[in-house]
Design a protein around this ligand. Sequence first.
Ligand SMILES: *Cc1c(COP(=O)(O)O)cnc(C)c1O
Length: 472
Amino acid sequence: MNSRMNYSSQQTTMLEQLSDKRLFDLARSQAYDYLDTLRARRVYPSDNALAALTLFHEAMPQTPCPADEVLRLLHTRGSPATVAQNAGRYFGFVNGGAIPVALAARWLADVWDQNAALYLMSPIVAELEKVCEKWLVELFGLPTGTAAGFVGGSATATLCGLAAGRDKILQTSGWDVEADGLFGAPRPRVILGEQAHATVWKALRLLGIGRAQVEIVPADAQGRLRADRLPALDARCLLVAQAGNVNSGSFDPLDALCRRARSAGAWVHVDGAFGLWAAACESTRFLTAGLAHADSWSVDAHKTLNAPYDVGVVLCRDRDALHGAMRIGASYIPDGEQRDGMRLTPEMSRRARAVELWATLKSLGRAGVTELLERLCRHARQFGQDLAAQGFRVLNEVVFNQVLVACDTPANTTATLARLQRAGECWCGETLWQGEPAIRLSVCSWATTDDDVQRAVAAFVDARAMAMAAST
Ligand SMILES: *Cc1c(COP(=O)(O)O)cnc(C)c1O
């Protein structure tokens, strides 16, 4: 290496860290240690591991700390307090687990340290975004030319889709939101199913649309928006449909909804955070029939596809509408011909999310995506059957990867879930379904095996027995 005469001691330390790689070797051995013990550990951290986190709550350090000490703190105190999402027996929320090649690709991309805002900042990431856009459009069977913006998750993706829809609707009414804002604008009509996801409401609020402006359509027993209860639509309507109810996994009747919207000139956004993937697989595609007739879609790669966090995608049939809603310009930003990711999303500086998404899709291929999806669905059905055989009530039709489970009484359901969560063998969350507490089980990780399903069912039975014993 050349003379380091001009380097500060801080720089010298950092350069040495880069050149001798000991720090990276340490992180790697810690990561391997984590992976090697992952399946054997508690799925949810113990009370002791959580209590030990107080160590992190110190005053802002005034002086540097050696880098290997920083990593040691993370591993000794942080690792035990993680939730073992990738251990095969985590069924909380709708959280996937990163598949290995995606994780490895991300390690490499972290070293690249790219900013994905502009083509000019990172040609490789811009090209991978283009490739992923094309592949996703193909996998989901969306109209050719549909644009994709890569964001942190479906919450943001939905915001983008609805922003494009709102602007388009107002433009149709002769109103230019960009010039004249929302105050005094004609009111768009927003139509949601009563089971719309909370992030849709948040997106609407951020877009200047209040609760009282929303027309709510009743849902059926599975949580599907009832097409027969849809109000008359017109060209001022923004209709939000759902592919994958966050509790039951059910799908709104997209075909009927999109037909009605099309003929009225309304904009349809499909929240398909985890369920849009059903369209990528022959055996589940029927659930999303009519999908391609919508105008915008939101989907996560970090849920069903098992890419690492955080990769969400907004897809928009009308590329100009998305571009318009996300428009940005500055004297120092060249308006190039190339793909600039930030022009399709709210963010400017962005992580190179397309790298891990590309790696996931490239390594799985369509056949791998199908195999993954079919396994998730098969395990969900298995849970439904096995838990029913053990005397639990399964509250939903298991059409995808979600299972809602209850005991004989609401109190027993709650007590059983508390025991289940404490035991650490697996983890499920709680929800309220048709006014009744339910255990919400989502099969979303590639890592879940037949054995994991059996172990989890056994944990359910044990938890119920303990809850019963405690209550008598
Ligand atoms: C998870 C989820 C969201 C939110 O997605 P994030 O990736 O967490 O932002 C929105 N809608 C549905 C149906 C979901 O399941």
